[in-house]
Design a protein around this ligand. Structure first.
Ligand code: EPZ
Length: 437
C-alpha cells in the first residue's frame, strides 16, 4: 500500500487521539499476571495491537477485541512460548517473558531482533530478571527462562529503559518480598501500567519517578482499565498542524504529557493553546522559526517525535540541530526527506537541518513508523504530489492516520502499490514491516 498526497493544503479542524500504543502493549503482557478477566478500553486499532492479541492467543489466553475494548481472560493460559514469527514482527512481544515467569515459572521466547532504528538490546531486561532469581539461557535464537519463585531485589538500571522498567515492574508484582528499581524510566505509559496492576491487587509505588518500589503479592485479579491517550499520536498531529500552516484542535489528550512538544512548538513561534483535555495549534499564515531539539527520556523531548519535528525543521526559517540521544540509528527517514528537497546533514547522532521555503513532492518509502509519519507530514507541506510507500509501518503506530488527515482537509489517498513498488520497499532499511518495536 502507499499514500498519495497532494501538498500545500491547509489543515483545519479537530482530531481525537486514540489510546496509547506504548501503554496498551505492556498492559496486554501484564494481563498474564492476572487471574480471570481484564477489560481494557480505549484500545487503538493498530497492527501492533493485533500482533499482541495473537501472542496472547498463542499462550492460551482468550483475547477478543470488540470495537476499542479488549477482553482478556487468562483462565486458559497453558503456554509459555512466544513464537519467533510474532516476536520478529513486534519486539514488544518479548515483554511476556517476565509475566510468564512470575505466573508459570517458565518462558521460552525468541530473541527479539534489532529493527530499523537500532540493535535494540535487551541486556537490562535479562540482567534484571536474573536479579529476581530467573535462570536464563539463550541459544539458537531462543531465550529459555525459568524460576521456581521470583524473589525481590534492588536493581539499578544502567539506562532508564522504558521496556526494562515495565518488564521488571511486572515480574516483581508476584515476587517474594520487595523489589526496588533505581534509575527507572518515568514515562506516563509506565504510570498507566502501574495503575492497571495496582487496580488488580499489586503494590507498586513510585511509578513515574526514578525509583519504583514493588511489594510482591500472591495473586492478581483481572480488572477494567482505560488506557491513557497516545501522547506521540497527539504530538504528531500538533506538528502536522505546524508543518501545514493550519489550525488544528487535538482532542482527548493529557496536556501534562505534551509539555516538551508544546514548549518546542511555541519556541518555533507557533501558537499553542491548552485546554482541559485538548490542545489548539494555530499556525495559519506562519512559517515556523528553526529550533534545536535534543531527544531525552521523559519528561524530555520524546525520541518518537524526532522524525516528525525534523519534517517541521525542514520547512522552518533558519537552521536547527537535532541530537538523537536515545537510539543509535534513528535517521533513516533523512535520505527520504532529502528526496523531497530537504537540506539535512547527519553526523553520528546529530542532524543539521537547514529550513527550506519549499519542499517538492516525490516518491518516498517509510521503513519505521515514526519516520513514515514524518514523510507524510513533509508531503503535506510539499508542492506537488508525493507517494509514501511502506504504509504498513505507519499502520503499526497510528490508527486511521490518513483518514484523520483527510478529515482535516489534506488531499491524501491510500492506494495499492504495484508489486514492483512493494518489492522496492521490502529491500529497504528495516526490511518488512516486522522487526519493529
Ligand atoms: C519504548 O521502547 C517504546 N516502545 C519506543 O517506541 C520508544 O522509542 C522507547 O521506549 C523510548 O521512549 C514501546 O513502548 C513498545 P528503551 P523500548 O528500552 O522500551 C537501550 C515507537 O515508535 N537499551 O527505553 O525498547 C536501547 O537500545 C517505539 O512507538 C539497552 O541498551 O526503549 C535504546 O538505545 C519506537 N538495553 C535505549 O536503551 C536494554 O536492555 C532506550 O530504549 C534496553 C534498552
Amino acid at each position: 500500500m502507499k499514500l498519495v498526497i497532494k501538498g500545500r493544503r491547509p489543515l483545519t479542524g479537530s482530531v481525537k487521539v486514540h489510546g496509547a500504543k506504548n501503554a496498551v502493549l505492556p498492559i496486554i503482557a501484564a494481563s498474564i499476571l492476572c487471574h480471570g478477566e481484564s477489560v481494557i478500553s480505549q484500545v487503538p486499532h493498530l497492527e501492533d495491537v493485533y500482533t499482541a492479541v495473537e501472542v496472547m492467543a498463542s499462550l492460551g489466553v482468550d483475547a477478543r477485541l470488540k470495537g476499542s475494548t479488549l477482553i482478556l481472560n487468562t483462565g486458559g493460559l497453558d503456554g509459555f512460548e512466544a513464537p519467533y514469527e510474532l516476536v520478529r514482527r513486534m519486539r514488544a512481544s518479548f515483554l511476556v517473558t517476565g509475566p510468564l515467569l512470575a505466573r508459570l515459572g517458565h518462558a521460552r521466547i525468541s530473541l527479539p531482533g534489532g529493527c530499523a532504528i537500532g540493535t535494540r538490546p535487551i541486556d537490562l531486561h535479562l540482567k534484571g530478571l536474573e536479579a529476581l532469581g530467573a535462570r536464563i539461557r539463550t541459544n539458537h535464537g531462543l531465550i529459555e527462562a525459568s524460576a521456581s519463585r521470583l524473589v525481590g531485589d534492588r536493581i539499578y538500571l544502567d539506562y532508564p529503559s522504558v521496556g526494562a522498567t515495565e518488564h521488571l515492574m511486572m515480574a516483581s508484582t508476584l515476587a517474594e518480598g520487595t523489589t526496588i528499581i533505581e534509575n527507572a524510566a518515568e514515562e506516563p505509559e509506565i504510570v498507566d501500567l502501574a495503575n492497571y496492576l495496582n487496580a488488580a491487587g499489586a503494590s507498586i509505588h513510585g511509578a513515574g519517578t526514578k525509583v519504583v518500589r514493588v511489594e510482591g503479592v500472591n495473586r492478581l485479579q483481572g480488572v477494567r482499565h482505560q488506557v491513557i491517550p497516545d501522547r506521540i499520536e497527539a504530538g504528531t498531529y500538533m506538528i502536522a498542524a505546524a508543518v501545514a500552516a493550519g489550525r488544528v484542535e487535538v482532542r482527548g489528550v493529557v496536556p501534562d504529557h505534551l509539555k516538551a512538544i508544546t514548549a518546542k512548538l511555541r519556541e518555533a513561534g507557533i501558537q499553542v493553546e491548552e485546554a482541559e483535555s485538548s490542545m489548539l495549534v494555530d499556525a495559519i499564515g506562519r512559517r515556523p522559526v528553526a529550533v534545536n531539539v535534543k531527544t531525552m527520556p521523559y519528561p524530555g523531548f520524546p525520541t518518537d517525535l524526532q522524525a516528525p519535528i525534523m519534517a517541521l525543521l525542514a520547512v522552518s526559517d533558519g537552521s536547527g540541530v537535532i541530537a538523537e540521544t536515545v537510539f543509535e540509528n534513528r535517521y533513516i527517514h533523512v535520505d527520504e526527506l532529502k528526496r523531497m528537497g530537504a537540506d539535512i546533514r547527519v553526523d553520528g547522532r546529530t542532524a543539521l537541518v537547514r529550513g527550506k521555503r519549499m519542499l517538492y513532492g516525490a516518491p518516498v518509502s517509510a521503513t519505521d513508523l515514526r519516520g513514515g509519519a514524518a514523510l507524510v507530514l513533509a508531503a503535506l507541506a510539499a508542492a506537488g504530489v508525493s507517494e509514501v510507500r511502506g504504509v504498513e509501518h505507519i499502520d503499526r503506530g497510528y490508527d486511521s492516520f490518513d483518514a484523520n488527515l483527510r478529515r482535516l482537509g489534506a488531499s491524501i489517498r491510500r492506494v495499492r502499490a504495484v508489486p514492483a513498488e512493494e518489492k522496492a520497499v521490502s529491500g529497504l532499511g528495516g526490511g518488512s514491516a516486522g522487526s519493529g518495536d
